[in-house]
Design a protein around this ligand. Structure first.
Ligand code: ZN
Length: 323
């Protein structure tokens, strides 16, 4: 996983698990579950996305515990690690309505055309309404011409892969994969640190300004893989039973390595090789480290420094992302 793992602490300051305040985005398709069920404090409504781990220019977390309380995550990491760039962004997404059909570029295309990395992402379905579905790639191979024509004539539906979803399903969305989150789905998304999206269809919806949101057809044609994906999805991931509960490995790529824990005990999550993020989906945990304990509950997100000795205990469902 990237050069990020090679960063060493450059000061003698004491490192500790950083509890982060989410950045809320009020996109029109969002709901209010992040406020009502996850306790996010915001004056935004709807609360479509909570950016749980982010140093992106479009939104950076504020630390809410310890010595650095009130400082931005960006500032603290600069202090600890000097020149750096956080490689991932983690979100909770409450799609009350469906999102646009979209695609993200790979690194090469995005760095050249957008000045930021591309986006490969992973979804964990935290919750969904009965009958909920999403779009994951194509059902059959289409040519670029056919793809362009179907965008124009609004007939993409006939070739897109609609997938019914249930709680706990996992999707790995490599850059270039056409996708859309459907309505009534709450997702944890682990992605590269990028905010570049090319929309190919927004179902004729109007934005906050009363106009249709911009589509990016030409760029989408450039970057979309128009053959069906061969990556497994749904109820995937090796499950291991341990004394501390159940561990399920969800996805690994060059940018992140994600594991789900259904915790009912105490587990050592020390990593000497990588930084980690802990996202609490349900329940309560205590994170013990050499200098104290941080408690966290449903909807909380923590940055765990590399090399910090940490054990996590409690009865909870958590997502550990290493990067
Ligand atoms: Zn996406």
């Amino acid at each position: 996983m990237g050069n990020w793992c090679d960063y060493k602490v450059t000061t003698d300051e004491k490192i500790y698990p950083l509890l982060l305040k989410p950045v809320i985005k009020d996109y029109l398709w969002g709901g209010t579950r992040l406020i009502d069920e996850y306790g996010f404090e915001t004056d935004k409504n709807p609360a479509a996305e909570g950016w749980m781990l982010s140093c992106h220019k479009d939104g950076t977390n504020i630390v809410v515990n310890g010595e650095y309380k009130g400082k931005s995550l960006d500032e603290v990491l600069k202090n600890w690690y000097g020149d750096y760039s956080l490689p991932i962004l983690i979100k909770l997404i409450d799609a009350k309505d469906r999102l646009s059909v979209q695609v993200h570029p790979d690194n090469e295309y995005a760095l050249k055309n957008e000045g930021e990395p591309g986006k490969t992402e992973m979804w964990y379905i935290v919750d969904c309404e009965p009958g909920a579905e999403l779009i994951y790639g194509f059902t059959k191979e289409v040519s670029k011409d056919e793809f362009a024509e179907r965008i124009n004539k609004n007939t993409l539906d006939a070739v897109m892969n609609y997938v019914p979803v249930k709680k706990g399903d996992v999707f790995f969305i490599k850059s270039g994969t056409l996708h859309a989150i459907g309505k009534g789905i709450l997702i944890a998304e682990i992605q590269q640190n990028s905010n570049t999206t090319y929309r190919v269809s927004d179902y004729g919806r109007l934005g906050a300004d009363g106009k249709p949101r911009e589509l990016h057809v030409k760029k989408a044609l450039d970057v979309t893989e128009t053959r069906p994906s061969t990556i497994p999805y749904g109820n995937i991931g090796e499950i291991e039973k341990h004394s501390f509960g159940i561990k399920r490995h969800l996805a690994k790529c060059e940018y992140f390595d994600v594991t789900y824990y259904d915790l009912s005990g105490k587990v050592d999550l020390t990593s000497n090789d990588c930084f980690s993020s802990l996202l609490v989906i349900e329940g309560k945990i205590d994170i013990e480290y050499n200098n104290g304990t941080v408690s966290a509950g449903k909807g909380d997100s923590l940055f765990i420094p590399k090399g910090l000795k940490v054990t996590v205990s409690g009865t909870a469902k958590i997502i550990l992302s290493e990067f």
